[in-house]
Unconditional design. Sequence first.
Length: 245
Amino acid sequence: MSILLEVCVDSPEGLAAAIAGGANRIELCAALDVGGLTPPPGMIALAAKAPVPVYGIIRPRAGSFVYDADNEAAMMADIDAVRAAGLAGVVIGASRPDMVLDMGLLKRLMAHSQGLGVTLHRAFDLVPDPFEALEQAIELGVERVLTSGLKVSGPDGTEMLKMLVERAGDRVSIMPGGGINLATVERVVRETGVHEVHSSCRRPVGSTDERAIAFGFQAPVSYETSGEIVRQMRSLLDELEVARD
């Protein structure tokens, strides 16, 4: 089975780089520096022209994944926008104050996402019982769970990722994310047996625009999706596929 590469992007340049580098799927975001927020309408419209499936993250604000009624209304409208644009799917997640998955809200979001593919995002990594949460994800009917194995970084969570893969079987895909890069992806894939991975494939870029930095329009160091890193990641995954066969 091939190993799929999903690349998360938050800019038009990042979208183009991911596609040029050979990403199999795109997670479309804004503000990756805070884990990704719902992309703006212009980015959604641009991504609708992509030659690969694009999933828009549905996350109305930074911070926790505990949402009130206003946040829910915003997420419902954002799902409508993704569907209207013709994207392939959405990435959702929601927590209760005790960090258990908010199944009530998630079921409503799932119902509203009918006809779209759905990924459960890293709200999963905050749950107190990952195996209970795995069964809940399967009950919801999501296609995959994006998780770092309940650690801050996916490479640190390989033991849990492997257990989740074994528990999930063919009922749902486990997709590792968080710290998946050229230096770590081979070990993560070999140790967990996953069939898809999630990475930003970004590199740091220093700014030479002193006025933009002074006015706070740009950080001294920012990050951008690298088409070359995407290509190298895709090539490495191809080699791992051959080794598995």
